[in-house]
Design a protein around this ligand. Structure first.
Ligand code: ADE
Length: 258
């Protein structure tokens, strides 16, 4: 898979993306990442890439021509999928990452200042994407979040032990809690079921924990997680217990919930 990033800060991309798991994948040639400096395509005396907005208003806008030429230098005849990072875009999620991971080539366009001249966006951008409802100083961090998430789905990028099979969102639920040695740390013991060696019980406990965490932290995910009737009944029971313990009428203290 090949990523091209159009940016005013190529060193920010290369420095970050050439470390850790993604860096290892680049070394092994499973991925390649190219950062193109948009300023190299500003053919004026001071290599200026921004200007005032027509119609007035605060702030400067990135101009169409250097952005277009930077894009043309990587796009060639192929017209690759070109993603503009913007808080106005479609919200990035695991489903979008999965879909984008099927592409051979992706181009990320990172804006700065108040944005980019609309005319070049119309010509080159296929997808406008936001990584969340907050405003960053530029698109670089957002592009790197997307690349990290997409790259780990490329076959071979994660080793078997790092593989994402059972992680959060792969089954529409949050991940269950995990424990490693020692068995007791700061007076906290590992849940006994995990030491039992009983695989079916371990799997059932993990599934329950995933559902419970999702109920507590991301209840919006439950509806689409494909839960069984039995699991919905369990949720109703937990909710009742949570309400009781909030109201102080719970005799068990919610012990059997976890
Ligand atoms: N650029 C600035 N803020 C952003 C966001 N939240 N997502 C994507 N790109 C951005």
């Amino acid at each position: 898979m090949h990523f091209s990033v159009l940016t005013l800060f190529p060193e920010m991309i290369l420095h970050t993306m050439n470390t850790s798991i993604i860096g290892r994948a680049v070394e092994r040639k499973l991925l390649s990442i190219e950062a193109v400096n948009i300023r190299d395509f500003a053919f004026n005396k001071h290599q200026k890439v921004d200007d005032y907005t027509y119609g007035g208003g605060a702030g400067m806008l990135m101009q169409a021509e250097p952005v277009y030429l930077a894009w043309a230098s990587v796009a060639g005849e192929r017209k690759p999928r070109t993603i503009y990072l913007t808080p106005q875009g479609k919200r990035f999620d695991q489903k979008m990452a999965k879909e984008l991971a099927l592409e051979e080539d992706l181009v990320f366009l990172c804006g700065h200042y108040e944005g980019i001249d609309e005319r070049v966006l119309e010509e080159i951008v296929t997808d406008q994407v936001s990584i969340g409802d907050y405003v960053l100083t530029g698109g670089e961090l957002a592009a790197m979040v997307m690349m990290d998430c997409i790259a780990r789905m490329v076959p071979g990028v994660l080793s078997n032990s790092e593989s994402g099979e059972t992680e959060s969102f792969s089954d529409g639920l949050l991940e269950y809690p995990q424990y490693s040695r020692p068995e007791v740390w700061h007076d906290k013991s590992v849940p006994p079921v995990l030491l039992s060696g009983h695989h079916a019980n371990v799997a059932a406990w993990r599934r329950e924990q995933s559902i419970l965490r999702t109920l507590k932290w991301r209840p919006d995910l439950l509806r689409t997680a494909g839960l069984t009737n039995k699991e919905w009944a369990l949720i109703r029971e937990w909710k009742k217990k949570m309400k009781e313990s909030e109201e102080g009428t719970d005799s068990s203290g919610g012990e059997e919930m976890v």
